[in-house]
Ligand binder design. Structure first.
Ligand code: HEM
Length: 468
């Protein structure tokens, strides 16, 4: 075994004042603080606070070790699994928060719901929801694009997850999800240090959101079990899934997986689109090329799933947007064994933070990394991208299960919206990333929307979806 060399890093925070200062640095400017340390120490550095040690990683070879080669030596970060303060208080023991044999069984059970054939059937739902959104926009000139993208992707996830007619519940689901989103990953210092028995407005909102969501999801599960047949939705797939011994999931487990897919499945895609609109508004030449492709291929018609293959530039735009602003900008793990990571030793219990944001902007792997250049993802250029320097969906056994679903959704929404509108920022408008659980634009994304002067697709099925 190599010598047990530890990575470099800033001075350890040992007393409470130093720990508070460190937390403040993280909270004030997480991306700047971590980016500065990557520039100073390289692709692996450590941070020590009290008894906790965390290694921060943005080095492709080490990312491959963590996500793929030695993935069995890592669990999901214990922060996620904290049922009092972490993600697990909302998600329970679903795919995002579970580990080990339990996670393996669940992954196998959930995977069929995301097989290509199955998710292809969702393309029409995505087109319908986007069309409903565009109809809502008629006559508008200014919108909070962040709100709109969230609403659109929420509508899609509600419909694909629970195909049944739950429009009466849709608003409650939407409200509960928004409350969860606001809370998850947004713990203030006060929240972090206040004992759990102290009631705060944030804790009250979070409890109500979980109660509302549970009430609806359990009811849908009970209703489904009475009939017991495939409705074409993701919930049916969860309820029909059987392991090698012929056993299915109990209600609690189905609930945890459904809420996990719900939370993981729309905020991420909405933010991909948010950043895409922001980048297109700043790069009119790229926007013009995108419009050209859309107008030539679709000729004013609504897109179908088959059209996506003929819209390669649109896909490149999405991929490049996720490079600059990866919605999942940071993945947390903890070592469950002693691990050698390249030259460095990570004892059992070390926290690990993989920064997709930093590796996606590292000048060693990306020429002019700050520039928005979809051509990086053209077929001839994409093969030269360094392995594990581009990880918007993670990698290895825990790679995003909704990867293809998300790409299909983002592309369909992008082409339908860009076919009809272009978004503009106000002069001098500053848009900053807000790295919460996912990377959002801080304070929303108010933009002007301008109708394009091209032949317009017919509104066909916007009535099919009730507004969320
Ligand atoms: C652009 C949109 C999306 C992005 C950028 C994204 C990104 C990611 C990433 C990076 C991971 C791995 C995290 C880690 O290794 O710790 C992940 C996992 C996951 N994603 Fe996504 N995701 C997106 C959309 C979706 C959708 C649409 C769904 C479901 C409908 C989904 C469901 C999940 C689940 C369940 C996991 C956990 C998988 C496991 O650990 O087995 N995601 N996602």
């Amino acid at each position: 075994m190599a010598a047990q060399t530890l990575p470099p890093g800033p001075q350890a925070a040992r007393n409470i004042i130093q720990i508070l200062q460190l937390m403040r640095n993280f909270q004030r400017d997480l991306l700047g603080f971590t980016g500065g340390n990557f520039a100073r120490y390289g692709g692996i550095w450590k941070i020590e606070a009290g008894k906790e040690t965390q290694y921060m990683i943005a080095e492709p070879d080490l990312i491959q070790e963590i996500l793929v080669k030695q993935s069995d030596k890592f669990n999901k970060s214990s922060d996620y699994k904290n049922t009092d303060k972490g993600l697990a208080r909302f998600l329970g023991n679903g795919l995002v928060t579970s580990d080990g044999d339990f996670w393996k069984r669940q992954r196998k059970l959930v995977a069929p719901a995301f097989h290509t054939k199955r998710i292809e059937a969702y393309a029409q739902t995505m087109v319908d929801a986007t069309q409903a959104m565009l109809d809502r926009w008629q006559g508008q000139t200014k919108l909070d694009i962040d709100d709109e993208m969230m609403r659109g992707t929420l509508q899609i996830v509600v419909k694909t997850l629970f195909n049944v007619d739950i429009s009466a519940d849709a608003k409650r689901i939407g409200d509960a999800m928004s409350a969860l989103q606001e809370l998850v990953g947004n713990n203030s210092m006060v929240e972090a240090f206040l004992p759990l028995w102290v009631p705060t407005p944030q804790r009250a909102r979070s409890k109500k959101a979980v109660r509302d969501l549970d009430e609806i999801v359990y009811r849908l599960i009970t209703e489904w079990r009475k009939v017991g047949k495939d409705n074409g939705d993701l919930l049916s797939m969860l309820l029909l899934a059987r392991d090698d011994d012929g056993n299915g999931m109990n209600d609690k487990q189905v609930r945890d997986e459904a809420v996990t897919l719900f939370l993981a499945g729309h905020d991420t895609t909405a933010n991909t689109l948010n950043w895409t609109w922001y980048l297109l508004a700043q790069n009119p030449d790229i926007e013009a090329k995108l419009h050209d492709e859309i107008d030539t291929v679709l000729g004013g018609n609504l897109p179908t799933l088959a059209d996506l293959r003929r819209l390669p530039y649109s896909e490149m735009v999405i991929k490049e947007s996720m490079r600059l602003f990866p919605p999942a900008y940071f993945f947390g793990r903890v070592t469950i064994d002693d691990v050698q990571l390249g030259d460095f030793f990570a004892p059992k219990g070390t926290g690990i933070g993989v920064s997709s944001y930093s590796v996606h902007r590292d000048p060693r792997f990306w020429d002019e990394p700050e520039a928005f250049r979809p051509e990086r993802f053209s077929p001839e250029n994409a093969e030269n991208i360094r392995k594990y320097a581009y990880i918007p969906f993670g990698g290895g056994p825990r790679v995003c299960i909704g990867n293809s679903f998300a790409m299909m959704e983002a592309e369909l929404m992008l082409v339908m919206i860009a076919q009809r509108y272009q978004m503009r920022l106000s002069p001098g408008q500053v848009v900053e990333p807000n790295p919460l659980l996912t990377m959002k634009p801080k304070g929303g994304l108010p933009m002007r929307i301008e109708e394009r002067k091209v032949s317009r697709p017919q509104s066909v099925s916007s009535q099919k979806l009730e507004a969320v």
